[in-house]
Design a binder for this molecule. Structure first.
Ligand SMILES: [Cu+2]
Length: 516
C-alpha cells in the first residue's frame, strides 16, 4: 500500500477517524539481555527506566514515552523455570511527570512526583522483590518510599512456565506510570513445555494490547479533570478508555504470517478497558494457557474475553487461509476500538509445520473447598468522597487502613468477592496463583440492607478457559466470585487490588500480610 504525503498531513493523532489502520508492521519487543553473571550462577540484569521518543504510527510525529531501557514495550525477559535471576531496576526518569498528578490520592500529597517501583505481575516472589507500592524510589534511588528494602530484586521463578508481565506499581500514580509506557513481558519457560511441540521461536509471538489517546501533536493524552470538583485539579477519573488500540507499541498494526500454526501470548495491559477478542470471520483458535501457565487441555474458542492484567496463550492455525487477511476484532465495541490488528497470511511456508495442538497439556492438582481453613467475605464496592467523587473500595476499607487479610503460611483460603457495583472489576492477588471456584448471583438490595448474602441462583462454574491457574479474576456485578489459593514459601507484606488502574490508585487496593 502506498501512502502519499498528503495522507500524512491529514492524519491527526487526536482524531482516530483520520488514522489509517494496519499501516505499521507489528514490532516484536527486544529480548532482555543479562549484563553479567553473579557468582557464575545468577544472570544479572540492569534495566533503566528512561524517557525516550517512540513512533506509535508511521504518520504520527514522535511521542515522548517512558520505557524500560527507553523502550515501549520494555525488553522481554525470557527466563527458565526454577532459574534465579537478579534485576536492578533503575530510575533515570526526569523529575517532572509526563502526565497530570492528582495530589488527593493515597501516597501523593508529600511524595516526589516521579517515583517508580516494578512489579512482575504473576510472580511467586519474596516480598522485598515484589514491588510493594510503598517501596518506590526516585531517580538514582535518591528518595525512597517507606517500605523500600533493596535495589536489586531476586526472582527465583519457582512456578509454572507462564506469560507474566512487568509494570510500574508506585502508590497513587500507577495508572500514569503504566500509561506512560512502563510495561514489558516476562516469560517463564518450562522445559516440559518444550516437549509438547507447541509453535515456538519465530512462531511464538507476544501481543500486548493497550488503548491510548493522543493530542494533535502526537503527545500522549490523559484527562486532567473530570466534571466537578473544581477544587481538585487534576483529578483522578473513575475510568479511562483511550480512542486507539496499540499492540506492542504500534497503533492498529498488521502482522505477516505463514499458513501454519502460531502461538500468541496475549496480555491486556490497558488501564481500564476490557476486550472480547474475535476474528472477523469467526476463525476459531485454541487457548492453551491462562495467567499462571498451561491449562490441563486446550479449549477451542471463537471469542476470548480479557480484562485488564489477564493473559491468555492461544494457538491460531492460519494453514487454511493462505493469501487471506483477517482482522482481530474486539466485539465489545462497534467503533474504532472494535479493531485490534490485522493478520496477513502472505509469507511462504518456510518448512512443514510440525508443531502441535496436543490433546492434553499438563496434569493439574486440584484445590478443593474442603482444604480451605479460612473463608473471607470481601465486598467490592463504592462510596462518595469528600469532593463528591466516586471512590471504589475493597471490604469498605482504604489502602491506609490496617491490614486485615493475614493468611497463614501454607494455608488454603477461599476469598469471596461480593460485587455491589454495576460493573466488573478484575481482582488481582499478589504472590499466588489461584483457581476460580464459581460465580453465584445474589440479592444486592438485601445485602446492602442488612449484609446477608441471599443467593438467587445456583453457583456458575468458570468457563473452560478460566479453569487454569489465575492471578486476576473478573468479579462480575451482582455476583459473588469465589477463588481458592494456597499461600506458600514466603511470608511478609504483599497487596491485593482491582487492576483497573484508575480504581487501584483510588482506593481499590489493600495490604495483605502472609504470617508464620
Ligand atoms: Cu475496579
Amino acid at each position: 500500500m502506498q501512502h502519499s504525503t498528503s495522507e500524512k498531513t491529514r492524519v491527526d493523532p487526536s482524531n482516530p477517524e483520520t488514522i489509517p489502520k494496519f499501516v505499521d508492521e507489528l514490532p516484536i519487543p527486544a529480548i532482555a539481555k543479562p549484563n553479567r553473571m553473579v557468582n557464575e550462577k545468577y544472570p544479572y540484569y540492569a534495566i533503566e527506566m528512561k524517557e525516550a521518543k517512540h513512533q506509535f504510527h508511521k504518520f504520527f510525529p514522535e511521542t515522548t514515552i517512558w520505557g524500560y531501557n527507553g523502550m515501549y514495550p520494555g525488553p522481554t525477559f525470557h527466563v527458565k523455570k526454577d532459574e534465579t535471576i537478579k534485576v536492578k531496576w533503575m530510575n533515570r526518569l526526569p523529575s517532572q511527570h509526563l502526565l497530570p498528578i492528582d495530589r488527593t490520592l493515597h501516597g501523593t500529597s508529600h511524595s516526589p512526583d516521579v517515583r517508580t517501583v516494578v512489579h512482575v505481575h504473576g510472580a511467586h516472589v519474596a516480598p522485598d522483590s515484589d514491588g510493594h507500592p510503598d517501596a518506590w524510589f526516585t531517580r538514582n534511588f535518591k528518595i525512597r518510599g517507606e517500605t523500600f528494602k533493596q535495589k536489586v530484586y531476586e526472582y527465583t521463578n519457582h512456578q509454572m512456565g507462564a506469560t507474566l508481565w512487568y509494570h510500574d506499581h508506585a502508590l497513587g500514580i500507577t495508572r500514569l506510570n503504566v500509561y506512560s509506557g512502563l510495561v514489558g513481558f516476562y516469560l517463564i519457560r518450562d522445559p516440559l513445555e518444550e516437549e509438547l511441540q507447541l509453535p515456538s521461536s519465530e512462531y511464538e509471538i507476544p501481543l500486548m494490547i493497550q488503548d491510548k489517546s493522543f493530542n494533535a501533536d502526537g503527545s500522549l493524552f490523559y484527562p486532567e479533570n473530570t466534571n466537578p470538583p473544581a477544587e481538585v485539579n487534576p483529578s483522578v477519573v473513575p475510568a479511562f478508555i483511550g480512542d486507539t488500540i496499540v499492540v506492542n507499541g504500534k497503533v492498529w498494526p498488521f502482522l505477516k504470517v505463514e499458513p501454519r500454526k502460531y502461538r500468541f501470548r496475549l496480555v491486556n495491559a490497558s488501564n481500564t478497558n476490557g476486550y472480547t477478542l474475535k476474528f472477523e470471520n469467526d476463525h476459531p483458535f485454541y487457548q492453551i494457557a491462562t495467567d499462571g501457565g498451561l491449562l490441563s487441555e486446550p479449549v477451542k474458542l471463537n471469542s476470548l474475553a480479557l480484562e485488564p492484567a489477564e493473559r491468555a496463550d492461544i494457538i491460531v492455525d492460519f494453514s487454511t487461509l493462505n493469501g487471506q487477511s483477517l482482522i482481530l476484532k474486539n466485539s465489545n465495541d462497534e467503533g474504532d476500538l472494535g479493531f485490534i490488528m490485522q493478520f496477513r497470511v502472505v509469507l511462504p511456508l518456510s518448512e512443514k509445520d510440525m508443531s502441535k495442538i496436543p490433546s492434553s497439556l499438563c496434569s493439574d492438582e486440584p484445590l478443593t473447598e474442603e482444604m480451605a481453613t479460612k473463608t473471607r467475605l470481601l465486598t467490592v464496592g463504592a462510596t462518595i468522597d469528600q469532593y463528591n467523587r466516586p471512590m471504589l473500595l475493597l471490604d469498605h476499607r482504604m489502602w491506609d487502613d490496617p491490614v486485615t487479610e493475614t493468611p497463614s503460611l501454607n494455608s488454603v483460603e477461599i476469598w469471596k468477592f461480593i460485587n455491589t457495583t454495576p460493573f466488573a472489576h478484575p481482582i488481582h492477588v499478589h504472590l499466588v496463583q489461584f483457581k476460580i471456584l464459581h460465580r453465584r448471583p445474589f440479592n444486592l438490595d438485601r445485602f446492602l440492607e442488612d449484609g446477608y448474602i441471599q443467593y438467587t441462583g445456583p453457583a456458575i462454574e468458570p468457563n473452560d478457559n478460566e479453569k487454569g491457574w489465575k492471578d486476576t479474576v473478573r468479579a462480575d456485578p451482582g455476583m459473588v466470585t469465589s477463588i481458592i489459593m494456597r499461600f506458600e514459601n514466603f511470608t511478609g507484606d504483599y497487596v491485593w487490588h482491582c487492576h483497573i488502574l484508575e480504581h487501584e490508585d483510588y482506593d481499590m487496593m489493600r495490604p495483605m500480610k502472609v504470617i508464620e
